[in-house]
Write a protein that binds this ligand. Structure first.
Ligand code: ZN
Length: 292
C-alpha cells in the first residue's frame, strides 16, 4: 500500500503539471468509486481551476476554486497517472480528468478499489478531515504530539503509529523501519515509552520518511509514481521484507511476526529492539513485554 513517501512522490509529480490549470472536463467517473451521483460529480468538476495540490498523510487534496477539494486516497492498488488522452484506457480506470490545453490527462486506476475519490466543500472537508479524523502529517511530527498520543494508551506503539487519527501517513513499512532505527520494541505499550524513546521515535519517523522520499518511495509490488517510475527505497530497508536476513547492526536474523499488531506483519530485531524491555511470556512472538 502506498504510504506517505510514495504519495508525496506522486504529488510532487502532479504539481508542476496541473496546479494553475483548469479542468476542461471529467471524461469518466466510475459510480463504483464516486460516493455521490456521478453525473453531478462530473458536472461539478468541469471548468474548475486547480489552485494547489496538498497532501496530508496518505490523502491527496486537489484544492479547486470555489472552496471545493477533490480528495483522493490510493488505497492498496490505486495509481494516479498522467497519460496522453488517446492512449488505451486500461480496465479499472475510475477517473479521467482532462485539463484545458493539455495533451495529457490525469487517470486514476484501482483494480482492488480500496482507494477513495471524494469531492468535498469547505464545511464537509472539516468534518471529514478535521483533527479528530486525521492526525497531523507524520513528516513533521513533533515529540510533544507523539507523547500525547502515547501517554495513556496500553496499545502497542506500532499500533499507535499506524492509527491515522494519531499521525497521518505511516503504514506498515515505515512503522517497522522507524521503530528499528529508534531501537524500540514494536509491541511496547505506548504509555511505557520513556521521554527519550518518544523523542527518538519522533526523530526517526521524520528521518525515515524523508530518506524514503529522496529515493522516490518503496516499490514492493506495483507502486510507481505519476510518470510510471518505481521507487528504490526498498533497497535501503533495514527490517521490512528482510526476515531471516542478518540485522545490519548486530547480525541476528530479522524476525517476522504477525501477533505484535494483529493482522499486520511486523519486521524487527529481537536483539536491537529489546533494549530495556524483556518478554514476560514464553511465547516466541515477543508480543508481551514489560519493563526489565
Ligand atoms: Zn539487531
Amino acid at each position: 500500500m502506498p504510504e506517505l513517501p510514495e504519495v508525496e512522490t506522486v504529488v510532487r509529480g502532479l504539481r508542476p503539471l496541473f496546479v494553475g490549470q483548469t479542468i476542461a472536463r471529467c471524461a469518466h467517473a466510475s459510480p463504483l468509486m464516486i460516493d455521490a451521483d456521478s453525473r453531478n460529480f462530473v458536472k461539478q468538476l468541469s471548468g474548475r481551476k486547480c489552485l494547489r495540490i496538498d497532501r496530508q498523510g496518505k490523502w491527496i487534496f486537489c484544492r479547486l476554486d470555489g472552496d471545493d477539494t477533490l480528495a483522493i486516497h490510493l488505497g492498496m492498488t490505486g495509481r494516479l497517472s498522467v497519460e496522453p488522452f488517446d492512449r488505451e484506457i486500461l480496465p479499472h480506470t475510475h477517473l479521467r480528468l482532462c485539463f484545458t490545453g493539455e495533451k495529457n490527462e490525469l487517470r486514476f486506476r484501482d483494480p482492488r478499489r480500496f482507494g477513495e475519490i471524494l469531492l468535498v466543500n469547505g464545511e464537509s472537508f472539516e468534518e471529514r478531515f478535521g483533527p479528530n479524523r486525521l492526525g497531523p502529517d507524520a513528516l513533521s511530527i513533533k515529540a510533544s504530539h507523539l507523547s500525547a498520543c502515547m501517554e495513556s494508551t496500553t496499545r502497542a506503539v506500532k499500533a499507535v503509529l499506524l492509527d491515522q487519527r494519531s499521525l497521518a501517513g505511516v503504514g506498515n513499512i515505515y512503522a517497522d523501519e522507524a521503530l528499528y532505527e529508534a531501537r524500540i520494541h514494536p509491541g511496547q505499550p505506548g504509555r511505557e515509552l520513556t521521554k527519550d524513546e518518544i523523542q527518538r521515535l519522533a526523530t526517526t519517523v521524520r528521518a525515515v520518511l524523508k530518506r524514503a522520499i529522496q529515493s522516490g518511495g518503496s516499490t514492493i509490488r506495483d507502486y510507481v509514481d505519476a510518470s510510471g517510475e518505481p521507487g528504490s527505497f526498498q533497497n535501503k530497508h533495514r527490517v521490512y521484507g528482510r526476515e531471516g536476513k542478518p540485522c545490519k547492526r548486530c547480525r541476528s536474523p530479522i524476525e517476522l511476526d504477525r501477533s505484535i499488531v494483529s493482522g499486520r506483519s511486523t519486521h524487527w530485531c529481537r536483539v536491537c529492539q529489546m533494549n530495556s524491555y524483556q518478554e514476560t511470556s514464553d511465547s516466541h512472538s515477543g508480543s508481551r513485554v514489560t519493563k526489565a
